[in-house]
Design a binder for this molecule. Structure first.
Ligand code: S3P
Length: 438
C-alpha cells in the first residue's frame, strides 16, 4: 500500500502476535548470490519492499531469469559465477544503498559496461567508500563529483584481490569487496574498525564458499563456483524493532513478533532496550540458513535513559531513529555518540530525528556524532515529515501512537521501500492510523 500521509492517535492496549517480512539485507544477498549460482533456487520469505524489488529488476536487466515478483517462493535461475550479461539500459536502484553498492562490486568484474543510478536521495549518498577500494582492485568506475556520486558508470575489468583496511564499519563496503573478490584473482581481505553485519559471509558459507573471519577481518579467495541451494529469509529485526518499541512504550501492551533474525551483528537495539529496562522475552530459538532466529515478546515497560556504548553503534545502526523516539518515553537522558554514519543514511538521521521529535515536544539535542534525548517531558501530537526516510516515518508513527493528540506525518510513501506491510501490521496490533492518499 502506498500511503502519502498518515494521521496517528494514541491507542491502547496494543496487543497481538505478528510476523514481520523477510530481512531486507538478507533478501538482497539471497537474490544476488542466487543469480550467480549454478542452477535453480527458490527463495522463501523474501522482503517485498521496493528496495529488494529494485535489486530483482536490476538482475533481470542483467539477463537473470526470475519468477514473477511477489511469488512465494521466488524462483531464480542462476547464471553461474560471472554469468550476468550487459544491460540494455540504466540499472535503477531507487532508494537502496545496499542494492547499488553490492551490485557495483560484482559489476566491476563483469566484462561489460553498466550504469547504476537511483532516486534523488541515493544520488546524494557517498559512493567513494566502495568505488575507491574497488579501483584499488583494478576496477574502472566513473561517476559524478569526481567519481564519488551516482550515477556510476562501470567498465568491467579483470580484478586482483587486495588487503583493504576500511575507515568505516560498513557491511555494504565489506560485501561489495567480498563479492568483487569472488571474481578476482587471489585473496581479498577487508578489515573494519568494528565488525559490521555479516550476512554475506554467512550466506556464502551456507552455499559452501570458503570465507575466513578473524576478529574484524574477513577474507576469501576468488574463483570458487557454487551450486544453487534453496534459501529462506528470516524476519527483519529492523522491522520488528518498530513493533517491539511500540509495545514497550505503550500502557498495558504485549506484542510477540515471530521468526525474527537475531544475528548478533543486528541485535544492538534489543540490547540497548534491555539496558533501558525493557521487558523482552526470547522463545523458540532456532537457525534458518545459517542465521539465528527467535520469537520476541515485548511488554509495556518503565524505561530509564542510558549512555549507549559506542561499541554497540554498528550493531544498532538502522535502529537509531526508533531508539531516539523510544528514549522520549524514558526517565532521564539517553546519549548516543560515535554514530556520525547516521548523517549519510537515507536522510541525515541525526538532524531529521532531532527536528521531528522536537515538534512532538521532545527535548532533543543534535551532537556532531549523535543525539542527546531528555526523556519524560510532556509530548503532544504535531505535524511532522519523514524527510523521505522510511525509518524516520515509522519511528514517528510509533511515538505518535503513545502520546496525546493527533500527529500528521507527511511524505510516508517511502515506508514501502523497506516495510510496505508496516501500516497494516500496526493496525493489526491495535494502532489508530488513518492513511491518506491525496
Ligand atoms: C546494510 C548495511 C548498513 C545498513 C543498511 C543495510 C546492508 O549500511 O545501514 O540499512 O545490507 O549491508 P552501511 O553498510 O552503510 O553501514
Amino acid at each position: 500500500m502506498t500511503v502519502r500521509q498518515v494521521r496517528v492517535r494514541a491507542a491502547c492496549p496494543l496487543r497481538g502476535l505478528v510476523r514481520v517480512p523477510g530481512d531486507k539485507s538478507i533478501s538482497h544477498r539471497a537474490l544476488i548470490l542466487a543469480s550467480q549460482a549454478r542452477g535453480e533456487c527458490r527463495i522463501a520469505g523474501l522482503s517485498r519492499g521496493g528496495d529488494v524489488r529494485n535489486t530483482a529488476r536490476a538482475l533481470r536487466g542483467l539477463g537473470v531469469a526470475l519468477g514473477p515478483w511477489g511469488s512465494e517462493p521466488l524462483l531464480v535461475r542462476g547464471a553461474g559465477l560471472g554469468g550476468w550479461r550487459e544491460p540494455g539500459g540504466v540499472l535503477d536502484f531507487g532508494n537502496s544503498g545496499t542494492g547499488i553498492r553490492l551490485m557495483a562490486g560484482l559489476l566491476a568484474a563483469h566484462p561489460f559496461f553498466s550504469v547504476l543510478s537511483g532516486d534523488r536521495y541515493l544520488r546524494r549518498r557517498p559512493m567513494r567508500r566502495v568505488a575507491e577500494p574497488l579501483r584499488l582492485m583494478g576496477a574502472r568506475i566513473f561517476g559524478r563529483a569526481g567519481g564519488t556520486l551516482a550515477p556510476l558508470a562501470i567498465e568491467g575489468a579483470r580484478l586482483a584481490g587486495i588487503a583493504y583496511r576500511s575507515p568505516v564499519s560498513s557491511a555494504q563496503v565489506k560485501s561489495a569487496l567480498l563479492l568483487a573478490g569472488l571474481l578476482a584473482d587471489g585473496e581479498t581481505s577487508i578489515t573494519e574498525p568494528a565488525p559490521s553485519r555479516d550476512h554475506t559471509e554467512r550466506m556464502l558459507r551456507f552455499l559452501g564458499v570458503g570465507v575466513r573471519t578473524r576478529g574484524a577481518m574477513v577474507s576469501l579467495r576468488g574463483g570458487g563456483e557454487w551450486a544453487a541451494r534453496d534459501l529462506e529469509v528470516p524476519g527483519d529485526p529492523s522491522s520488528a524493532a518498530f513493533l517491539i518499541a511500540a509495545a514497550v512504550i505503550s500502557p498495558d501492551a504485549e506484542i510477540t513478533v515471530r521468526g525474527v533474525c537475531l544475528n548478533p551483528t543486528r541485535t544492538g537495539f534489543f540490547e540497548v532496550l534491555r539496558a533501558m529496562g525493557a521487558r523482552l522475552r526470547l522463545t523458540r530459538r532456532r537457525e534458518v540458513c545459517g542465521e539465528p532466529v527467535a520469537d520476541i515478546t515485548a511488554t509495556s515497560s518503565r524505561l530509564r535513559g542510558i549512555d549507549v556504548p559506542p561499541e554497540l553503534v554498528p550493531r544498532t545502526i538502522d535502529e537509531f531513529p526508533i531508539l531516539a523516539a523510544t528514549a522520549l518515553f524514558a526517565r532521564g537522558t539517553t546519549r548516543v555518540t560515535g554514530a556520525a554514519e547516521l548523517r549519510v543514511k537515507e536522510s541525515d538521521r541525526i538532524r531529521t530525528m532531532a527536528a521531528e521529535l522536537t515538534k512532538l515536544g521532545g527535548r532533543v539535542r543534535e551532537l556532531p556524532d549523535g543525539l542527546l534525548i531528555e526523556g519524560g517531558h510532556a509530548l503532544r501530537g504535531a505535524a511532522c515529515t519523514s524527510h523521505g526516510d522510511h525509518r524516520v516515518a515509522m519511528s514517528l508513527a510509533v511515538a505518535a501512537g503513545a502520546i496525546r493528540g493527533e500527529t500528521r506525518i507527511a511524505d510516508t510513501a517511502c515506508v514501502a521501500t523497506s516495510f510496505p506491510e508496516f501500516w497494516e501490521l500496526m493496525r493489526a496490533v491495535g494502532a489508530r492510523l488513518t492513511a491518506e492518499r491525496p
